[in-house]
Design a binder for this molecule. Structure first.
Ligand SMILES: Cc1cc2nc3c(=O)[nH]c(=O)nc-3n(C[C@H](O)[C@H](O)[C@H](O)COP(=O)(O)OP(=O)(O)OC[C@H]3O[C@@H](n4cnc5c(N)ncnc54)[C@H](O)[C@@H]3O)c2cc1C
Ligand code: SF4
Ligand code: SF4
Length: 422
């Protein structure tokens, strides 16, 4: 076999900086490959950064993310672009020309995250990190462990007195109001798509009360409500009146396994609801959590976690798909209608809060990236022998949890390395 001169190798392009993209980039870089990582948000970590605790260990996302960020800092092989999107890709395996658009952050690498700009900024914008459940200053750090640890100025304030106030408050010469979008052109040898997922739009499920009942939320909102850096600083409170919750219902398969919405099983939402039942129970010892399900999908080694949560006498699991959620106009309590499939009994249950276990939609659906990929009927990317050089990792490929995303990503890194060394 001929010697390989890795210093001449083209980099691997990784699109998406969630757990799958981060892992792909790190595994490839630690094996000596060069990597260009492109993330559209101002921070890395993807959806995982927005969860409160991981099942099954129930540790915070900082556990997994921090170690990866430390690996990133140490590795000169990764060129990372946040607030960036791939604009065009041409060529073939081994020789792609890629054009990346990097949007202005208006804050440079001098930023110490001191927060003085946020103190003087008067404008507030919707807090996307908290899924729009609260507001944040227009000069903001996306979240407390953001990587890069650097503030962002929202484009809304550029050209206003507010931006000028931020500039004057910064003692580190870190604000640059003249920053413009930039185009970065790179040549790469292979591509890994790790663009992840978004939650299914619960408003499309008309019978579930989302948008019409104030105290019906989704599972991703629940993660933010329970998180110490969320809109309620970790207190699980009713959106309508801020009251503590005593009775919470989880409605499984909200949109998933339904021909009218997502025909597939979203894989993670049974475990997510079991986990969220522990958030409620841990916070309010007198509370009750009821999970209405079609089947509980907690496969393999997750069975233990399922049994552990089920053993709590204040957690009930009832087999039955929620048929309807309506609001009691007086109390704003959601009322759930469901048939217990095992007993045949028709149940009408009132709760303080209903959490819809909404499913996972791949961001590759309707392919929004300029890369020629092959997807299945649901938008998940499939490997295509006709298109060597392009691989998928994590939820771009299938609905899956973090552990499996990491394994996928490690495999994708190997495929991408093989591709550039072929
Ligand atoms: C309610 C809920 C709770 C969950 N809790 C857990 C849990 O406790 N434990 C667990 O193991 N799993 C959990 N999961 C699953 C977990 O969220 C996924 O396994 C994980 O997010 C997969 O990571 P990913 O990198 O594939 O995708 P993502 O986290 O979605 O990351 C994708 C990244 O790509 C970026 N991106 C998208 N499009 C582009 C583009 N065009 N250009 C550049 N960047 C782009 C995104 O901004 C994002 O940063 C949960 C899921 C749900 C729904
Ligand atoms: S931009 Fe300047 S003022 Fe704002 S956090 Fe960074 S260093 Fe501090
Ligand atoms: S994981 Fe559970 S809640 Fe989610 S779609 Fe599958 S069966 Fe339904």
């Amino acid at each position: 076999m001929a010697d390989i001169n890795i210093s001449d190798e083209k980099p691997i392009l990784v699109i998406g900086g969630g757990m799958s993209g981060l892992t792909t980039a790190l595994e490839a870089a630690e094996a000596g490959a060069k990597v260009v990582l492109v993330e559209k948000e101002p921070f890395l970590g993807g959806r995982v950064a927005r969860i409160n605790k991981y099942y099954t260990k129930l540790c915070p996302p900082s556990c997994g993310l921090e170690i990866n960020f430390r690996r990133m800092k140490k590795n000169p092989n990764i060129e990372c672009h946040t607030l960036a999107e791939v604009e065009s890709v041409s060529g073939a395996e081994g020789d792609y020309d890629v054009s990346i658009r990097v949007n202005p952050r208006y804050v440079n690498e001098n930023c110490t995250a001191c927060g003085k700009c946020a103190e003087v900024c008067a404008t507030e914008i919707t807090n996307d990190f908290n899924l729009g459940m609260n507001k944040t200053k227009a000069a903001y750090l996306p979240h407390y462990m953001a990587f890069p640890m650097r503030y962002v100025l929202a484009p809304e304030i550029i050209g206003t007195d507010d931006a000028k106030r931020c500039l004057d408050a910064c003692a580190y010469d870190a604000i640059d109001l003249d920053m413009q979008p930039e185009t970065v052109n790179v040549k790469v040898g292979s591509i890994v798509v790790a663009t992840g997922w978004e939650p299914y739009d619960a408003a499309k499920i008309d019978n579930m009360g989302f948008g019409t009942c104030e105290n019906v939320i989704t599972n991703v909102m629940m993660e933010r409500l329970a998180a110490p850096n969320g809109p309620t600083e970790g207190k699980i409170l009713r959106p309508s009146d801020g009251k503590e919750v005593k009775k919470v219902i989880f409605a499984q398969c909200a949109g998933s396994r339904d021909e009218n919405h997502l025909p597939y099983c979203s894989g993670v939402c049974c475990l997510a609801s079991l986990k969220q039942a522990t958030y409620v129970r841990d916070q309010y010892p007198e509370s009750e959590a009821t999970i209405f399900y079609i089947d509980v999908r907690a496969l393999g080694r997750y069975e233990d976690f399922y049994q552990q949560v089920e053993s709590d006498e204040k957690v009930s699991l009832i087999k039955g798909k929620v048929a309807k959620v309506e609001e009691d106009p007086g109390t704003k309590d959601p009322i759930v209608e469901v048939e217990d499939t095992l007993s045949g009994e028709k149940i009408k249950a009132q709760a303080d809060l209903v959490v819809l276990a909404t499913g996972i939609v791949p961001n590759t659906l309707g392919n929004k990236i300029p890369v020629d990929i092959t997807c299945d009927d649901f938008g998940f990317m499939v490997s295509d022998p006709e298109k060597p050089g392009v691989y998928a990792a994590g939820c771009a490929k299938r609905p899956t949890g973090v552990a499996d995303s990491v394994q996928d990503a490690t495999g994708a890194a190997l495929k991408a390395i093989q591709s550039i060394r072929r």
